[in-house]
Design a protein. Sequence first.
Length: 105
Amino acid sequence: MEIKITTLIENNTDDKGQLLFEHGLSLYIEADGKKFLFDTGQSGDFIENAKSLSKNLNELDFCIISHGHYDHSGGFVKFVNEIGKFPPLIVGEESQKGLTYQYTL
């Protein structure tokens, strides 16, 4: 099985300084014929990086939120607004507790 992981946002920019960066994490993962988003960073800036990297967020099969901290889930609302729908979401029970104070799920 081939797995391709593309960093959409993290604490550092790319070597050319062309991508946005922030404290947080968002990964675009392609594996086993599926495409999914792992976390949404803190601001939604990962969306612009996805466009720059030719990663179509409308093609995602699902989204995983690892936990409810702002730097891993803060861009979720902007992500939903960008794609115009609520994606299939995988979130652990403990993560749901952290998310519900930030968003209406």
